[in-house]
Design a binder for this molecule. Structure first.
Ligand code: ATP
Ligand code: PAU
Ligand code: K
Length: 253
């Protein structure tokens, strides 16, 4: 049994996997919650499972990952394996000249998407604390990507830097708002949708056919429902990639 862990800037998400079964995703907020280690301990003890491998993807501080590694050692006497972005793996080539600077969540989402949907161009979207969009050709060449603030960060930047926009975060209901909170919701939603749709258009030109849009992340469903172009939502895309990353046959060439 493997325990796969994705540490984002807002939440820690985890999934138990063995050869045949993947558990549903579980998550807890670690930001501003110093007791997250004891909450994790309760959650993992109650799973009544003993992992033989613990794999970690971390884009938060190393302090969070270190505390988690201590817990894993205390519970099961295991060292965690920490994934990182690379030049090449599993048929995917990274466009970054310094791949170690890319967030590993982006790299793993690309590996996961390529494993599932290789053979067509892909546009991989992770809608979390930040929103990332990355384009892969049908042959697995990463063409590059974009990073923008996620839904909550976009809202908070407005709430924190204006006098007359109160801190009220709503889901967007219509394209155009008719009061402040709905205008913010519409603006934030359209910023994300516009970024993805524009990238899809440019990627279609660059790749010669319409890419499949693979979406993951806490705000993924909401983003997908606003897109005109077809998309698939894969909540455990980063875990698919982490599982692939840890497989012995996927040694980095
Ligand atoms: N309790 C919560 N606190 C803050 N945001 C939350 C909470 N629950 C859900 N969210 C939503 O989840 C989004 C973050 O999604 P997700 O959990 O995928 O990101 P993350 O893993 O924490 O961040 P990232 O991986 O981008 O660093 C936020 O934009 C917010 O809308
Ligand atoms: C962009 C985020 C925050 C998304 O989780 C993460 O992938 C990250 O911290 N990336 C490092 C910068 C980069 O990917 O170029
Ligand atoms: K993420």
């Amino acid at each position: 049994m493997k325990l796969l862990i994705d540490i984002g800037n807002t939440r820690i998400k985890w999934q138990w996997r063995d050869a045949s079964v993947s558990s549903s995703l579980e998550a807890l907020v670690h930001r501003g919650q110093p007791q997250f280690v004891s909450l994790l301990e309760v959650a993992w003890r109650s799973a009544n499972a003993v992992p033989d491998q613990v794999l970690v993807a971390n884009v938060a501080s190393t302090g969070v990952a270190d505390e988690l590694a201590r817990l894993v050692r205390a519970l099961w006497g295991l060292d965690v394996r920490v994934a990182h972005a690379e030049h090449r793996r599993g048929g995917v080539s990274n466009a970054y000249t310094e791949p170690e600077r890319m967030g590993v969540d982006r790299w793993l989402a690309m590996l996961g998407a390529y494993r599932r949907y290789a053979g067509q161009p892909l546009c991989i979207v992770d809608a979390g604390t930040a929103i990332t969009v990355d384009v892969l050709t049908a042959q697995g060449q990463h063409l590059g990507g974009l990073i923008l603030p996620g839904r909550r960060l976009m809202c908070e930047s407005l709430f924190g830097n204006t006098q007359r926009i109160p801190a009220e975060m709503l889901a967007a209901e219509q394209a155009l708002g008719r009061d402040t909170a709905h205008c913010v919701a519409a603006g934030v939603e359209l910023a994300a949708i516009g970024a993805v749709e524009k990238t899809l258009e440019q990627a279609a030109l660059a790749c010669g056919s319409q890419p499949l849009c693979c979406i993951t992340g806490g705000d993924g469903e909401a983003l997908a429902s606003g897109l005109v172009k077809p998309s698939v939502v894969v909540p455990d895309l980063v875990f698919e990639g982490l599982d692939l990353w840890s497989a012995p046959q996927s040694v980095c060439p």
